[in-house]
Design a protein around this ligand. Structure first.
Ligand code: PGA
Length: 250
């Protein structure tokens, strides 16, 4: 069902310097037509305070790329929900495939991280998606189904959750899923979550991520079940990113 307003989320990963963040975002905002798409910028942690004042003036949302499942304490190198809220974050990405690959314990922490972030009032951009091998073997849906049941089925409702389908083989590779492949999986995700959560998943937005560029975003967002995009590499280039954002305003 959703759409009504698209979401374009930028995942800067470990790129740019804090001092570059504000001028970069200001340039984006000069050409940003704030009509059909909400913008969420997810820079590295050190950049967040630099963007939070800007955020209030300009009306974009600020997100983090990860979060601890704990309130506070002896967790060296982690970041808490309160710390993110304190610098103006409204969103947090959880379950990105790069984090799942880097930390062998990440998968098991995801359900708690999601519940904790939601309990603190953060909106969660939850990432799922299959590796190449599962796509080749034709079992990509069962792989994603397992992720959804493991990561989300303990929740009581999905009103503050956004799903990002990011096939791992399409991330940073220049290989985008075709809009039909993406639409098929998005529909599958929507139906799977509807059968578990019923009306509590009614307004669920499902974003596509994986080599989204200005020249493929129009085709992707023409699909019924694609409610926006999560953009990595192209979100670091002003013209590309403006092209993507404004493709939702055609
Ligand atoms: P990409 O990354 O756009 O560079 O493929 C997307 C992501 O990892 O969120």
């Amino acid at each position: 069902m959703p759409h009504s307003k698209y979401i374009v989320a930028a995942n800067w990963k470990m790129n740019k310097l804090a001092s570059q963040a504000k001028p970069f975002v200001s340039e984006i905002l000069m050409s940003y037509i704030r009509k059909n798409a909400d913008l969420v910028i997810c820079p590295p942690y050190t950049h967040l305070p630099h963007l939070s004042a800007n955020k209030i003036i300009s009306g974009f949302y600020l997100g983090a790329q990860n979060i601890s499942e704990f309130e506070s304490g002896a967790y060296t190198g982690e970041i808490s929900a309160d710390m993110l809220l304190d610098v103006g974050c409204t969103h947090v990405i959880i379950g990105h495939s790069e984090r799942r690959a880097m930390n062998p314990f990440e998968n098991s922490m995801i359900p708690n991280k999601i519940s904790f972030a939601l309990s603190k009032g953060l909106k969660v951009i939850y990432c799922c998606g299959e590796p190449l091998e599962n796509r080749i073997n034709g079992n990509e849906k069962s792989y994603v189904h397992d992720q959804l049941t493991h990561d989300l089925y303990h929740l009581s409702d999905l009103s503050q959750l956004i799903v990002a389908y990011e096939p791992i083989w399409a991330i940073g590779t220049g290989k985008t899923a075709t809009s039909d492949q993406a639409e098929e999986m998005h529909l599958f995700i929507r139906k799977t979550l509807q059968s578990k959560f019923d009306k509590r998943s009614e307004n669920l937005k499902i974003l596509y991520g994986g080599s989204v560029k200005a020249n493929n975003s129009i085709e992707l967002c023409s699909k019924e079940n694609i409610d926006g995009v999560l953009v990595g590499g192209a979100s670091l280039i002003v013209d590309e990113f403006i092209g993507i954002v404004n493709s939702f305003n055609q």
